[in-house]
Each structure stands twice: as structure tokens, then as C-alpha cells.
Design a binder for this molecule. Structure first.
Ligand SMILES: Cc1cc2nc3c(=O)[nH]c(=O)nc-3n(C[C@H](O)[C@H](O)[C@H](O)COP(=O)(O)OP(=O)(O)OC[C@H]3O[C@@H](n4cnc5c(N)ncnc54)[C@H](O)[C@@H]3O)c2cc1C
Length: 385
């Protein structure tokens, strides 16, 4: 009997898992289906670049998987009926499965404060980045943009905007200090770049209200804001929390070491959809650095399920955070396995080049599912079910 493997979401994690399964399983005994809401792969880690008008490579999913046995279905999943082993699709109909991998990613958490007008944008999804691009290009010189949040996404967004639009009045607002999660050296470098790019920094300041032309801080100040770019963290796709799957407080699917759902053994979750423990039993954060290696872990778990073997265990240690600071600068922050920073950084053009290499490498791995290189995640021989 054919074993039906269904993968939901073709972002970094889902597309990598689908590619790994296609490489590892002989098509005679399995059917692999990959469902995605949009027809192309979204290079999310470059969306701040798209937002300032740079052109990103187009990668249609059907072309990416043309040389594999993966069936690509372009449709939106509307519910997960995991007790019945099926999912429903927006266009109508349902897909059944024997093994399910959920990799539906995340989006921007909306501001939890009063918002008047339509000035809030984000860089968390393709459509939001395009909206931000249109709004930025409509701004006349001298207009003001406030980026809220100085995590990795906020830093990448604010530096990209300030570098590409030196005619705008760009500021960064953060509830913490700049570089709160970086080493002292890393934070110093980020401050120097923000200063060079003319970004006004408001640290330890919280947004209280957004009006059509200002951001009011909780401590009563009014900052001019023709546009607000909200970057204060991602929220995972809500379908899992609406299902009977066991989820964490923030709606991610709770998985074990093999990325298997703790409540539904036929289900695995990867990427921003999964709540998994990393080094030192700390939950992994939503990022490619966590998701990509564990996509392979999930795929190998499915291979083990269908072939009766044992899944290998992928190390869950962080190595570095790679941050772009505009196109000509960056920060490579070396971290401990639990993601805390070491006093070891690379900065400037070399760090920018390193980030570019990381982005290209991640996209290449996703877009070339048949490419075999001699590392465990790409290379092991095919299994016949
Ligand atoms: C601007 C920006 C910069 C970033 N930089 C970095 C970085 O430098 N390093 C890093 O590690 N992380 C970075 N991240 C985070 C990283 O992009 C995410 O952690 C990563 O994309 C998560 O991968 P994923 O496959 O889980 O989800 P996603 O990449 O979000 O993919 C989810 C997929 O599911 C599809 N989907 C969603 N809902 C449905 C539905 N209902 N039905 C069907 N399909 C659906 C989507 O279309 C998408 O293709 C950045 C994020 C942003 C926004």
C-alpha cells in the first residue's frame, strides 16, 4: 500500500523536508505531496530588501520540484483535522495522509495597542513587504519612518531603510537597550552603524498609541511617524492551535526530539510552526537557524517510520547570528550552543559578505532539492519502502 506523506507549507523548513524526503525515499511505495498557499518560494530572510525596492529571485515551486516525485499543490490549508488524518483546502476538498509534516511558518504579531489610521506595516510576509515597499516609495523626502523593535528583524529593516532612503527621517524604538541579546562588541558595532546611517534611537521606550502621523510613547512623547514598521516578534500560523494538536502557549506544535507531535504520532512539525527544545532544554526560537536542520530531522523521522529504521539525531546547537546592516555592513555574532552571545564578532563588509553567502546558501539548498552533497542532510542513499 502506498504511504501518503503530506507536507504543509513550502517555506524554508517545508521545502527542505520535501526535498530530503524525495531524495531519501524511492517513489515506488510513497506519495509525497507539498501544499503551499502561494506558487513561489518566498525568501523570507530577504524581505527587508524587497521592502526597499530590491529585486528578489523568482522561484516557482513547481519548477523547483520538477525533477522530483513531489506533487506540488497550490492551495491554502483551512483546517487541520488531525484525528481524522486529513486537512481541508480553501479551493474545496480534503487531503488525507499517513504522515504529515506541518511547516506553515509564522507572520508578524500585530501591535497590541490602539492604532488610528493605516500607517503600520511589517516585513514578515511577502505581501506585507510589498505593501511597505509601496508606502516607502510614496514618502516624500523629510518624511518620518519609525521602526519598532530592535531584534534581528528590526535591525535589518531599519538599517536597510536608512541606507536606501537617506532623505527620510528614520528612527528606531525599542523597549530594551540596543543589542540587548548581542555581545558588548556586537552592540557597539550596531550602534556605530545606526549612527553612521543617521538613525535616531529611542531605547527603553515603549510604544503606547499610533495615530495617522505620530507614534505616542508610553511615557507621553509624540514621535513624528508617517510610517511605522512593526517588527516586535512573530506569531505562528493559528491553524495548529485551532486543532486538537498539543500546542505551546504561543500556538506552536509541541514536538519531541524527532520533531514528532507529542499528541499525534503521525504528525511532525518543523520551522516556525514547531515548539522544540534546544541546547540546555531551552525552547528554540523562530528562525531558519533552528528550522532548517530540524527539517532534515523531521524528514529522517518519516523515513524511519516508513522503512522501519531508526532516525538519526541532529545536534541542536546554535553557532552564530548573521545580521545584515544595510548592503555594505553586517554583524556575525558568534554564540554559545544555547544562543547566548560570546565576545566574538565579525563586522563590516566581511560580515555583510558572510550574510549574503548564508542567504544564497539557504535558498540554494531549498531550490535544488535533487542536489546531493556529501553531508548527512543531503547524501544518504535512497530507501525503498
Ligand atoms: C525580514 C526577515 C529577516 C529574517 N532574517 C533571518 C535570518 O537572518 N536568519 C534566520 O535564521 N531567520 C531569519 N528570519 C526568520 C525566518 O525567515 C523564519 O524563521 C523562516 O522563514 C521560518 O521558516 P518556515 O519554513 O517555518 O516558515 P516560512 O518561511 O514562513 O514558510 C511558511 C510557508 O507556509 C505557507 N503557508 C502559510 N500558511 C499557509 C496555509 N494556510 N496554507 C498553505 N500554505 C501556507 C507560506 O506561503 C510559506 O510558504 C527572518 C525573517 C524576516 C521576516
Amino acid at each position: 500500500m502506498t504511504h501518503r506523506i503530506l507536507i504543509l507549507g513550502a517555506g524554508y523548513a517545508g521545502a527542505l523536508a520535501a526535498g530530503a524526503l524525495a531524495r531519501r525515499l524511492h517513489p515506488s511505495g510513497v506519495e509525497i505531496t507539498l501544499v503551499n498557499a502561494v506558487p513561489h518560494f518566498v525568501e523570507r530572510i530577504r524581505l527587508h530588501q524587497l521592502a526597499v525596492g530590491q529585486t528578489l529571485a523568482q522561484r516557482p515551486l513547481r519548477d523547483m520540484f520538477a525533477k522530483t516525485d513531489v506533487n506540488v499543490v497550490i492551495d491554502r490549508v483551512t483546517s487541520l483535522e488531525v484525528d481524522a488524518h486529513q486537512v481541508t483546502l480553501e479551493a474545496g476538498g480534503a487531503l488525507g495522509y499517513d504522515s504529515l509534516i506541518i511547516s506553515l511558518g509564522s507572520t508578524q504579531a500585530p501591535p497590541a495597542l490602539e492604532v488610528e489610521g493605516d500607517t503600520v506595516r511589517s516585513v514578515a510576509s511577502h505581501s506585507e513587504a510589498l505593501r511597505l515597499r509601496d508606502s516607502l516609495s510614496a514618502l516624500d523626502p523629510g518624511r518620518s519612518v519609525v521602526v519598532v523593535g530592535a531584534g534581528l528583524t528590526g535591525l535589518e529593516a531599519v538599517t536597510e531603510i536608512a541606507e536606501s532612503r537617506p532623505d527620510l527621517d528614520v528612527s528606531l524604538l525599542t523597549g530594551d537597550a540596543i543589542g540587548a541579546n548581542l555581545s558588548a562588541k556586537g552592540a557597539r558595532h550596531v550602534r556605530a552603524v545606526l549612527s553612521r546611517l543617521g538613525v535616531t534611537v529611542h531605547e527603553r521606550t515603549r510604544a503606547g498609541r499610533i495615530t495617522p502621523d505620530a507614534l505616542m510613547t508610553e511615557d507621553g512623547r509624540s514621535l513624528p511617524a508617517d510610517l511605522v514598521v512593526w517588527t516586535t516578534g512573530f506569531v505562528t500560523n493559528p491553524l495548529a492551535a485551532a486543532s486538537s494538536l498539543a500546542t505551546s502557549e504561543d500556538g506552536r506544535i509541541v514536538v519531541d526530539r524527532t520533531m514528532r507531535s507529542v499528541s499525534h504520532p503521525a504528525v511532525r512539525a518543523v520551522g516556525d510552526a514547531a515548539w522544540a527544545l534546544g541546547h540546555g532544554e531551552k525552547p528554540l526560537r523562530m528562525c531558519c537557524a533552528s528550522g532548517n536542520a530540524l527539517a532534515w530531522q523531521a524528514a529522517e523521522g518519516v523515513v524511519a517510520d516508513v522503512s522501519g529504521g531508526r532516525a538519526p539525531s541532529v545536534p541542536r546547537a546554535y553557532v552564530a547570528q548573521c545580521i545584515s546592516l544595510g548592503r555594505r555592513d553586517g554583524l556575525l555574532q558568534i554564540v554559545r550552543p544555547d544562543d547566548t552571545p560570546r565576545e566574538l564578532v565579525l563586522t563590516g563588509r566581511l560580515a555583510a559578505r558572510n550574510k549574503e553567502f548564508v542567504c544564497k546558501g539557504a535558498a540554494f539548498g531549498v531550490a535544488n532539492p535533487t542536489f546531493r552533497i556529501p553531508v548527512p542532510s543531503r547524501g544518504p542513499a535512497r530507501v525503498t519502502v
